[in-house]
Write a protein that binds this ligand. Structure first.
Ligand SMILES: [Fe+2]
Length: 219
């Protein structure tokens, strides 16, 4: 006899996987585009820019391997165990890129994209210039892209609020990179990038979210 509950569960998980995939592609495009513009602003050559474009697109690919933990109780705030599990995605991303034959430079950019400049990130607790340059760029662009997007537990922040929040956490970022990034988002080119970014909220909801929501951009 068919187990209808199980079929419903599988169908719900499949729907979430499709949504996750679409979100991952959208997020990858924004991070990749911001990272390329920031790298150019910093004077990196086109080889580096091509590498970071790829790394930005694929940095979270490992999340697709995290499976059902991500698909259970998505509306709940992340518990510690779940956060620890999600943090494995950097390693998964690197191993997928290795399997697919991407260069070691791209693998390293991706593996370290959650390192913070002050050493408080993961997976290596690297700090300062020990963090690969590409990862330092990805870190800034990834945080911004996450803040200006809807999440299952909160709505998107407006761009200026996202920047304010990042300034408050500036110890996480390479200041040279952060300043170059600010130049990018205040440049005319940004109009093109903005077309890739998603959802907006009004000022009242934004105030509510600032006061009531946990910012979970660090996972
Ligand atoms: Fe990530």
């Amino acid at each position: 006899m068919p187990d209808n509950n199980r079929n419903n569960d599988i169908s719900a998980i499949m729907d979430l996987m499709v949504t996750d995939f679409a979100e991952a592609v959208g997020h990858g495009m924004v991070v990749s585009t911001l990272a390329v513009h920031t790298a150019r602003e910093l004077g990196y050559d086109e080889v580096f820019c091509n590498d970071i474009a790829m790394a930005g697109m694929l940095h979270d690919i490992g999340k697709l391997r995290l499976g059902e933990v991500l698909h259970k109780k998505r509306s709940e705030a992340m518990v510690v165990e779940k956060m620890k599990y999600v943090r494995l995605h950097s390693e998964y991303s690197r191993s997928i890129l290795k399997e697919l034959g991407f260069s070691e430079i791209i693998q390293k950019m991706v593996y370290h994209h959650h390192e913070n400049y002050d050493g408080s990130g993961y997976p290596g607790n690297l700090s300062g210039e020990d963090i690969p340059a590409g990862s330092r760029i990805l870190r800034v662009c990834d945080v911004y892209a996450a803040l200006i997007s809807d999440r299952s537990y909160r709505k998107a922040f407006a761009e200026d609020v996202a920047v304010e929040l990042m300034i408050e956490e500036a110890r996480h970022f390479d200041m040279k990179v952060f300043l170059a990034f600010l130049n990018v988002i205040h440049s005319e080119d940004y109009e093109q990038i903005r077309k890739l970014t998603g959802n907006r909220v009004d000022a009242a909801s934004e105030q509510y979210m600032r006061e009531n929501c946990i910012i979970e951009y660090n996972v």
